[in-house]
Design a protein around this ligand. Sequence first.
Ligand code: GLU
Length: 314
Amino acid sequence: MHNEWSQLKNELPELLEQSRKETIHGQVAEYIPELAHAPAQGLGITIADRQGNVIHAGDCSISFTLQSISKVFTLMLALMDNGEETVFTKVGKEPTGDDFNSMLKLELVEPGIPFNPLINAGAIAVSSMIKGKSPQEKAGRVLEFFHTLTGDASLTVNEKVYLSEKRTAHRNRSLAYFLKENQVLDEDTDVEEVLDVYFRHCSIETNCGHLAAMAVILANQGADPATGVQLIPKRYVQIAKTFMISCGMYNASGEFAIQAGIPAKSGVSGGILALVPGRYGIGVIGPALNSKGNSTAGVHLLESLSRSYGWSMF
Ligand code: GLU
């Protein structure tokens, strides 16, 4: 293990520069206008082990918003708030094969609950299950959860990205109203309030170091590796990791499972949170995305690392 760590330290910069070449095949997301300013050639990675060692390579100073990566954590918070049985009456456990913001199956497949918690419809349903008396309190609890997991109490919502998404989220708004029509959101739910919680957790500003710090907790089955304190019940971490394998990388989750074989979740900001179970937490940023919505260079880097170091779980 120690050898692997020093080898990683030596080889990571070169592997990263190889992968950086892939950025030319991708494009920065523009459908949330504020995301379009991200540096298209950027690529950075942080790897954290359970002993508290950290390696950075490339452009780790880039800050970006969590976007879909937040969905893994809101799921675990909703599970902690409501229990497994309740959560899975509102959201399913299967991949869709459709785009992350698709409405198709909500109408086609009875009973019209979102297929899984990592697509937008599912994550909006999950946001509605976060406990709190007001949307502010709910969003505040989500933010606090991230403070605990990253150990950084300065983590906050990027207001520009939040407002940019709020202004342009016509499709998410449609999805949420559809969920209300299908009674996934109760009759007395204020849809805008649920969306507000959702937009806020997607807009939390982060960096590769934060992602690696959170991922190493998942790699350690929910316990803080430094203190041993169980921050998230093991069962909920198990559920989250399983969704990361089956649906964490959009419609390329099967391909990524074959090529890299590690749990991962990407977001449209170009971030990827990944982990090597029992060993490492990894945070990647590469804003240029492929047609599936995953960071071109980020995927390339994780796949080449997994191949070189034999990280696949399968
Ligand atoms: N906030 C983004 C949206 O709802 C998250 C999408 C993503 O990262 O996949 O469109």
